[in-house]
Write a protein that binds this ligand. Structure first.
Ligand SMILES: *Cc1c(COP(=O)(O)O)cnc(C)c1O
Length: 331
């Protein structure tokens, strides 16, 4: 497997090269990896039935990665150029893109400071590299395909003024212990809450959505607004854009609290809850553990669930069953 390697020195980015994985450890830019200054992206290359390989809205990953670079004190880079390099890399490694619609080639662009120092200061060198690996939709579920999630009001993932809205490494390490604890209690993921009113923010490393019958008796798809606590997911954005074209659904960005979830559920108005992200596309939720409550969400009992329609639409675009501007053919 190959990696694209960019190297930045004070004077600016050097010309990118594609170097063999085996040689990366001796590459001069990799002499040190900074423990605190690191950020990444999560993308996939999809092989369609037509054997063409596609990326899904890669320009949005590049824009988001540059926002994270800026926030981390690392230099921003030319996203179009990195997309070009990744296309070339995937062409070289094209046999690693699975010939299957249940798996994909995961793409992990990473930017890390490479200053050989213990000081927390603006780095003078950084390494931008891309790791590729075949993956399946990798989240564990119950036998019905849904997940059980655990909400612990004592842990937060993100806070105002923080970096919860950027894919920086420092957001993810602290989630491991809470996720392990959730697993010990029989849950698959953590539902991240925020504030005294227990606002739902995200589930695991996915954006969260609910479907319920609103005050006007209409079916509504809701997700929390991008208020700084929410990772601006590309799947999230695509879902909002696609679903707002559907006439039988009201689409809204709004704060949802645990009290609201419990009330809607008691009234029989809560229909679905699901997580959304590149890794699992859409992950339906069937249960929430919260304080002493064990809340059953009837996501899997719906006759024509919104989550399934969205998932089918996204997969059809990603694997090229329908032509859509979100999909970029690379070979
Ligand atoms: C990556 C990520 C998402 C999903 O973003 P996509 O662009 O849809 O893959 C959601 N939440 C968190 C915390 C993430 O890291």
């Amino acid at each position: 497997m190959l990696k694209i390697n960019y190297q930045v020195q004070l004077g600016g980015w050097q010309k990118p090269d594609i170097i063999p994985f085996e040689n990366l450890s001796i590459h001069p830019a990799a002499k040190a990896l900074h423990y605190a200054i690191q950020l990444f992206e999560g993308m996939k290359a999809y092989r369609g039935v037509d054997d063409k390989i596609r990326l899904f809205r890669p320009d949005l990953n590049m824009r988001r990665m540059n926002l994270a670079a800026h926030r981390s004190g690392l230099p921003i880079f030319n996203g179009e150029e990195l997309i070009k390099c990744m296309k070339r890399l995937i062409q070289i490694d094209q046999e690693w893109v699975p010939h299957s619609e249940s798996s994909t080639l995961y793409i992990r662009p990473t930017l890390i400071a490479t200053e050989a120092t213990f000081g927390v200061m603006a780095p003078e060198s950084a390494l931008l590299f891309v790791v590729l690996s075949p993956v399946s939709a990798y989240y564990k579920t119950s036998t019905d395909g849904a997940v059980s999630i655990f909400a612990d009001p004592n842990v937060v993932r993100a806070f105002p003024g923080g970096v919860g809205n950027r894919k920086v490494g420092s957001n993810y390490g602290p989630t491991i212990e809470a996720t392990t604890r959730a697993a010990q209690l029989g849950h698959h993921q953590v539902l991240w809450l925020f504030g005294p009113d227990h606002q739902l923010t995200e589930v695991g490393a996915m954006n969260i959505f609910t479907v319920y019958i609103n005050e006007n008796g209409d079916k509504q798809l809701s997700t929390p607004p991008l208020n700084g606590l929410i990772l601006p997911g590309i799947t999230r954005r695509s879902i909002l854009e696609l679903a707002s074209q559907w006439e039988d659904l009201v689409v809204k960005e709004e704060t949802i609290t645990m009290d609201r979830v419990i009330t809607l559920n008691k009234q029989g108005r809560l229909l679905e809850m699901f997580g959304a992200g590149t890794a699992a596309v859409i992950s339906p939720v069937s249960r929430i553990g919260f304080l002493e409550n064990n809340i059953h969400i009837p996501t899997m009992q719906q006759a024509q669930p919104v989550f399934q329609r969205l998932k089918d639409t996204l997969l059809a675009i990603q694997y090229g069953h329908i032509d859509h501007p979100y999909s970029v053919i690379i070979s």
